[in-house]
Write a protein that binds this ligand. Structure first.
Ligand SMILES: Nc1ncnc2c1ncn2[C@@H]1O[C@H](COP(=O)(O)OP(=O)(O)O)[C@@H](O)[C@H]1O
Ligand SMILES: [Mg+2]
Length: 420
C-alpha cells in the first residue's frame, strides 16, 4: 500500500515510525515531514495547509491511503477534498472537525449529548464578556472559539488574570466569540479513540505535562512530556468516559448529519470526588500523547486505520497493548514557549538511542546548509522510553536525554515523577 502521512511534528514522526513497521506498507510518504521522519518515510515538500497541492499529490502518485496528523488541514477540509476524488483517508470532515475547531460548537454538542462538562456561556463581544465576568465571578476560564494552537485558553484565578484574558482575546476586535466557563479542579488525562463513527477503538490513556517548569509551574506549552498509562484515570473511569462521553457525542454528530470518523481526543478533568468532566475535544491525535501511546501498541496500526477509513470495521481485532510504561520527555529550544531561537546544532541522538528502549522522535528540527541537524521550532526532540515500571522507563528516558546536546536546550526533570 502507498501511504501518505500529513504533518511534520513529533506526533507524525511517531506515526511514520509505527506505520513503517507495517507488513502492508510498500511506500510511505510524509508531507512535509522533518529530518527524523526521513528515516521512515520519503519526504514530500508540501505544507500541511496547501490543500490543493496535497490532493494533486495523492491523485498523481496514486496514494492508496492518507492519514492526517494536525488539525489545520482537517479544519480546511482536506478529508472532504480527498473523498470527493474517491480517495481513502483517515480523519474527520471539515464539519465534524468543528468539534475541535470551534469550542462553542463543541460545548453545544456536549450539552445536547448529555456529556458532563464545565458550565459555560458563549459571548459574542467584549461587553458581554465583561458582564459575564461580573456575573460569574472568579475563578473563571476564557476560551477563544477558534483554533489557537494552545494559546487561546486563559484560566483566571484573580482579577488581574481575568483582565489580561479579556484584553488578549479582544486585542484585535471587540467582536470575538469566546466561551466563558466554570473553573474545574482536578487532574487531567487524555482519552483518545480511533473510530469510523460507530465502532470505537480506544487507545491507551495518557496524561501530559503542560507547564514549562518543574512542579507544573510557569507558562503553558504545547506539552513538555507524557506518560502512559496514567494514574489519573482508573480503568472504570476510562470505560465510563468511553460510554458517557465518546459514544453519545458520536451519536449526536451522526444525528446532526456530520458523522465523526478519525481520531477523537477527549481532554478529561478528573475531580477530587472522581467525577469525570470533558474539557474539550480534539479531532486528531495528541502531541506528545501519540509518542507514548504508539510505543505501547503491539498490533499493526495500518490495517486498523485503513479498515476504519473504509467503514469496514467488523474485521478489526482489538489492538494489543504492551503492559509496559512509556515516558516521553520533550526537549525544548532556547526561549520556548516564548520567543524561540532556531539553528542550534543538535548532536547525540544516536547515543541516546543506544540506551535500552529509547527512541528519539524529532519535532522542530531541520538540516542546515552544511547538512547538519539543527533546531527549527519550540519543541525540538521527544525522547521516549518504555520499561516494566515507571521508574525503569523514566530512568531510561532521562539517560537518553543526557546524551542529547544542543545549545539552549531545556526539559522538565519530573516527567513521570510524583508531580503531575
Ligand atoms: N473549565 C476548566 N477548568 C480548569 N482548567 C481548565 C478548564 N478548561 C481548560 N482548562 C485548562 O486549560 C487547558 C487548555 O484548555 P483546553 O480546553 O484543553 O484548550 P486547548 O487545548 O485548545 O488550549 C486545559 O488542559 C486545562 O489545563
Ligand atoms: Mg487541550
Amino acid at each position: 500500500m502507498r501511504v501518505l502521512v500529513i504533518g511534520q511534528g513529533g506526533r507524525e514522526h511517531a506515526l511514520c515510525w509505527k506505520l513503517a513497521q507495517s507488513k502492508d506498507i510498500v511506500q510511505l510518504y510524509c508531507a512535509p515531514g522533518n529530518p527524523g521522519i526521513a528515516q521512515s518515510a520519503t519526504l514530500v515538500p508540501i505544507a500541511v495547509d496547501a490543500i490543493d497541492d496535497i490532493v494533486q499529490f495523492v491523485c498523481e502518485e496514486k496514494i492508496d491511503f492518507t492519514v492526517v496528523g494536525p488539525e489545520l488541514p482537517l479544519s480546511l477540509g482536506i478529508v472532504d477534498r480527498l473523498r470527493q476524488r474517491g480517495k481513502i483517508v483517515f480523519g474527520p470532515t471539515k464539519a465534524a472537525a468543528q468539534l475541535e475547531a470551534s469550542k462553542s460548537f463543541s460545548k453545544e454538542i456536549m450539552r445536547a449529548a448529555g456529556v458532563s462538562t464545565a458550565e459555560s456561556v458563549t459571548v459574542m463581544n467584549r461587553q458581554q464578556a465583561e458582564e459575564e465576568l461580573k456575573r460569574l465571578g472568579l475563578p473563571i476560564v476564557f476560551k477563544a472559539d477558534g483554533l489557537a494552537a494552545g494559546k487561546g485558553v486563559f484560566v483566571c484565578l484573580d482579577h488581574e488574570q481575568a483582565e489580561f484574558a479579556i484584553e488578549s482575546l479582544y486585542s484585535g476586535s471587540a467582536d470575538e466569540t469566546v466561551v466563558i466557563e466554570q473553573f474545574l479542579e482536578g487532574r487531567e488525562a487524555s482519552l483518545i479513540v480511533a473510530t469510523d463513527g460507530k465502532r470505537v477503538i480506544p487507545l491507551v490513556p495518557s496524561n501530559d505535562y503542560k507547564r514549562v517548569g518543574e512542579g507544573d509551574t510557569g507558562l503553558n506549552t504545547g506539552g513538555m512530556g507524557t506518560i502512559s498509562p496514567t494514574a489519573h484515570l482508573s480503568q472504570q473511569q476510562f470505560d465510563s468516559a468511553v460510554q458517557q462521553i465518546i459514544i453519545p457525542v458520536l451519536k449526536k454528530m451522526a444525528e446532526r448529519e456530520m458523522p465523526f470518523s478519525g481520531f477523537l481526543y477527549a481532554g478529561l478533568m478528573i475531580g477530587p470526588q472522581g467525577e469525570v468532566n470533558c474539557l474539550e475535544f480534539n479531532a486528531r491525535l495528541g502531541d506528545p500523547e501519540t509518542q507514548v501511546i504508539l510505543r505501547r501498541l503491539e498490533s499493526d496500526l495500518l490495517p486498523i486505520l485503513y479498515q476504519l477509513a473504509l467503514g469496514d470495521s467488523s474485521h478489526i481485532e482489538e489492538p494489543r497493548w504492551s503492559s509496559d510504561v512509556a515516558v516521553c520527555v520533550v526537549q525544548a529550544a532556547h526561549g520556548y514557549p516564548a520567543e524561540v531561537r532556531k539553528g542550534d546544532l543538535i548532536s547525540g541522538i544516536k547515543e541516546a538511542e543506544s540506551v535500552a528502549e529509547v527512541v528519539v522522535f524529532q519535532a522542530g528540527t531541520a538540516v542546515n546548509n552544511n547538512g547538519e541537524l539543527c533546531s527549527a521550532g519550540g519543541r525540538v526532540l521527544n525522547v521516549t522510553a518504555v520499561g516494566k515500571s515507571i521508574d525503569e522507563a523514566r530512568a531510561r528516558a532521562y539517560q537518553g536525554c543526557q546524551r542529547v546536546v544542543f545549545l539552549g536546550q531545556h526539559y522538565r526533570r519530573d516527567i513521570g515523577g510524583p508531580i503531575a
